[in-house]
Design a protein around this ligand. Sequence first.
Ligand code: DON
Length: 560
Amino acid sequence: MQKILVSAFLLFLSAHVAYSQTYAKNGMVVSAHATASQVGVDILQKGGNAIDASVATAFALAVVYPLAGNIGGGGFLVYMDAQKNATTTIDFREKAPLAAHSKMFLDENGDLIKGSNHNGLLSAGVPGSVAGLYMAHQKYGKLPWASLVQPAIDLAEKGYPLSWNLHNHAVEMYAEEKTDHIMPSLYKNESGEIVAWGELWKQPALAKTLTAIRDKGQDGFYKGAVAKEIARYMKENGGIITMKDLEKYEAVERAPIKGTYKGFDIYSMPPTSSGGVALIEMMNVMELAGLDSIEFNSAAYVHIVAEAMRRAFADRAEYLGDPDFNPDMPLDRLTSKEFAQMRYDNIDLTKASVSDSSQFGQLYDGHNTTHFSVIDKDGNAVSLTTTLEYLYGSKMGSPKLGFLFNNEMGDFNPIPGYTDTGWLIGTQPNQIQPEKRMLSSMTPTIVSKDGKPYLVIGSPGGRTIINTVFQTVLNVLEYDMRIDKAIEAMKIHQQWMPDKIYYEEDLMSPDTRDILIQMGHTVEARENFGRLMGITVDPKEGYYVGAADSSGPDAAAVGY
Ligand code: DON
């Protein structure tokens, strides 16, 4: 009896999550930090387009949200020009340095040196963010570059009040970790103390680096004094990124991965991210699943969604990597309706499949990445996800430059040929090679209807990103959920191996869980998946509706 009462109470709670949406007529930015969203909207109000606002928001996030906002990391941008009904993407993923090689994280027995691919400067890839933002602006921006970097310089120079959330982050980080490798200025004031909640955090070194970027564009980061200091700092602290690596780095414009779902067009990120391919593969399977007669959150729903995920993640591990090194990836096939039919046909609707031992997979979750969505007055949209990989990346950075380096090398398959039932994948397409980009799961996505943006969405969360975005897209397109509800609704995660369905605690009914177990699934609760930032466009009136995931304490949808 007590168990029933507890379950009923939990369901009551989950039915009373406080949803909230922001409405706007002219433009909107939804990001993980209200200050950065406001910076973007200011740019829109000055006549900037969605690309201009995205550049300004991204630089602002590098100042006010250093856990994932960055200039020392990388990411992906999807851009839809609503007038031309044209969509493109920019890949500014980090690259392996020239001196990298496939066994660089192994000991003499060929075993992975535990943590080595995620710790220290050897784990840093050549940063891509500045090049990506610069390319986006050069090709599609409207306002002067300097005016888009300036707001971030002002925030770094004059400081911004540290939020309760980030102050607590700082206290926890310094209490938990040896501090010798953490960039000494991170969350510290001039007297070397952790900045108090509400106190202004000033970052003069970062302001100086950003000034070089403002004045010289991409070259301000990849050449000259900043590049020289990056190379010096790397050499002195065990990193292998050189001036040559920096000089050679270029962002790449790529055609988006495109799919359809019941009359909607879906545009997402192609490899180097695996996100778009897996998303389209799963949406295609869902189109065959007769969801109009399957209730959201029922056992039948979770089962079919999980089985689609299982298959997409196996394909991801088998085929995907940097396209510049894997020219023959079967992208058309993986995203075709015929392939989905084959995948759907071997799903047993009454029982779980088994991920066998030629499996792939690693559960990796968290909020260490950040996504923002932007739309301007003309309906042009940007969906941008960026990361340092772990929270604060390598946590290392030159005090003279004031920014953190990523630890993205950990996204490569570390042991060539070795795939286990835990988290290691050893398949060829994503093994380390000099200048290769490591495979990502980031899934910035824009859905359009009749050639106009309808949904702009993305999330952090490592490999869970793909599934979190997938289910949110499905919630909006199939289950007609409002954007806030679609973001907050129960999510699951299945990624082939480990062979398990992870679900959001308190949001799945105990009865559903029991049926899934009877069907042969192993299930495990997780606190939360993703930190989604989304915008929908009202199809009749054209106004914008935005929502930021309630898991982001500083996040905000700001419109005008
Ligand atoms: O590119 C990727 O898929 C990962 N480096 C993203 C990392 C991430 O999302 C971590 N935290 N949420």
